[in-house]
Structure formats: C-alpha cells, structure tokens
Design a protein around this ligand. Structure first.
Ligand code: ADP
Length: 303
C-alpha cells in the first residue's frame, strides 16, 4: 500500500494570456476552482494508478474541506484527516496560453499537520511506500520518515515546492524526486547547472534521485551507478499544472507493485510508467481532473 502524507488545497485557476509581471494587472480569460495541493494530487494520482492509498492530511472546517474530502473518498482513498482551526489551504494558479504556470500557496490548515497519532505512525510503518512533499511542517516529515525507517517502508520525498531540506533528512530517505529547479536549489548550485552534475551531488547524500525535466523526460540515478535517461513522450501540452504530482503519484504506485524497489532497474521501470501518466496529464486541463487511470496509462503505453 501507499501512504501519502501532505497538503490539500483548493486551487483557484485563472487562465491568462500571459502571467502578470510585478505591478501589472491582467484580465483572466477563464476561471475554475479545483481541489489540489501536492499531497492531495499525489494521493489521487497513486489511487488512479491502482495503488491502495491512505492520505494523512489537515483540512479546515469549511466547505473547501468537505469538497476535498468528498473527492478523495470518491477516488477510493482511505482519508486520515484532521480538522484544524485554520482555513483549508488554498492556491492561486495562473496558466498562460502556452500551458506554463505560476502559483501562490496559502498553507492554512496544512501548517497544522503536526503530532502524528500512533495509528498514523503504524499505517506508515506497515505501508510499502511513503510519499512526502514540503508543504507540510518539516518536523512532521521527519517523524514520518523515522516511522518508515523502523520497518522497510520505501520513503519517496518530492522536495517541492523548492526549499532547503536538512542534509540528515536526505540521508534517510530512499528516493528523492525533484524538478530541475528544485534539484539546483537542493544541490546549492545555480539554475542551469547540468542535470548530470546535479544528480551526482544529490545522490551523494546516499539516496536514489529522480530529476524530472519537463518535456525532456527524467534522469534516474542511484549512488555509484551511471544515471539512466528516460525520455518524455511527445504530446501536445495544454496545462502542465500538476505534471510533477501526476508523475510522483504514479511513480509511487508503480514502486509499490515492484518487488525490489531499491534497484535502479525497478526505479527506471516505475519512472517509465510515471512518464506515461504525466504525459497524459499535461494534455488535459487542471491538476486532479487531468490525472489518468491505470487503464488509460496502459492503453497509452500500448498504443
Ligand atoms: P514539475 O511539474 O514538478 O515542474 P516537470 O515539469 O519536470 O515537473 O514534469 C514532470 C514530468 O511530467 C516530466 O518528467 C515528464 O515526464 C512530464 N511532462 C512535463 N511536461 C511535459 C511535456 N510538455 N510533454 C511531455 N511530458 C511532460
């Protein structure tokens, strides 16, 4: 099974001709509110990809929370939610004509995801894969990693949004998944540093590393072995919002099905599956609505 611990937000998505520069006002061409948040999106992506998923999350006491809970439950997720005093997290997302996006997040209730219960820690310890991101207090991420390491739960950290991660934490996780920008930030290198050198810095912490490269696919590496490049699939991208989340959730589901999840070959195979899921997702609008099912990914890969 897969346990996702992370954020849930209501995403307010504005379609714009171009993303406003500082001081600029632009008119929206369209607006929609979607349930989102990296944890929520990854939990749904893992469930649609066929995994048995539990989702540990903090929601507010508001209608956004009810909407998120209803969607997660509807996706077959075992929802382990707590209701916080703060409002449910929210995000404002601009999507331009080329499908590029720009995002502001208000953490809200997500900042109150602290003090994991004994039952939650047991769920983590008995899972095949634990999936974490950085929209949750870092002390909670660390407590979850400790519970996972007490057994052989594989820990996947999607170090997003971009930010610092204690080196000690990187040394304890099994698989780090980051985009190029997050990889550069974590490696302490400028943006534009080659992905192979970023990968070698990051695998230096002892974990496997997957750097996603948008339309250029992904680079997969484990300490001491040559990295493997997985090409992206050529598709007409309409909205790349949540591409990384679709990728991480599908990756976790594939990893949970693999027998030897620490092997480079198993990581490459899970990356190929996740690449197909993400390629389907970027062709459709929205983060969650665009996440494909296992059936859709299989058909797409056979075609
Ligand atoms: P993030 O959304 O976190 O910035 P990326 O942009 O690297 O992450 O995208 C994650 C994955 O989604 C990529 O590794 C790739 O498989 C897929 N993807 C993203 N953009 C495209 C695209 N334009 N065409 C095909 N696949 C894409």
């Amino acid at each position: 099974s897969v346990v996702v611990l992370g954020s849930a937000n209501l995403d307010l998505v504005y379609e714009v001709d171009r993303i406003p520069a500082p001081g600029e006002t632009v008119l929206s061409r369209g607006f929609e509110a979607f349930p989102g948040g990296k944890g929520n999106n990854q939990a749904i992506a893992a469930a649609r990809a066929g995994a048995d998923v539990s989702f540990i999350v903090a929601l507010g006491r508001d209608s956004a929370a009810d909407r998120l809970a209803e969607q997660a439950t509807g996706a077959g997720i075992h929802l382990l939610d707590r209701r916080a005093g703060a409002p449910t997290g929210s995000a404002i997302i601009f999507v331009d004509r080329r499908g590029e996006n720009s995002i502001v997040v208000n953490s809200g209730a997500n900042a109150e995801l602290v003090d994991l219960t004994a039952a939650e820690l047991r769920d983590i310890a008995s899972a095949g894969v634990l999936v974490l991101q950085l929209e949750t207090p870092i002390a909670t991420v660390e407590a979850a990693v400790r519970a996972a390491k007490a057994t052989d739960t594989a820990v996947v950290l999607n170090a997003a949004p971009s930010g610092a991660v204690p080196a000690e934490l990187l040394g304890q996780i099994d698989i780090l998944v980051v985009n190029e920008h997050e990889a550069a930030e974590l490696a302490g290198e400028p943006d534009g540093t080659g992905e192979r050198s970023l990968l070698s810095v990051l695998t230096g912490h002892g974990c496997a590393v997957i750097i996603t490269l948008g339309a250029d696919g992904a680079l997969v590496g484990v300490p001491g072995e040559s990295p493997v490049r997985v090409a992206a699939l050529k598709v007409d991208a309409k909205d790349t919002t949540g591409a990384g989340d679709a990728f991480v959730g599908a990756f976790a589901a594939a990893l949970d099905r693999a027998e030897r999840s620490a092997d480079l070959s198993a990581l490459v195979e899970a990356t190929e599956f996740a690449t197909a899921a993400a390629a389907l997702a970027v062709q459709r609008k929205g983060a969650v609505p665009s996440i494909p099912t296992l059936e859709e990914v299989r058909k797409f890969r056979e075609a």
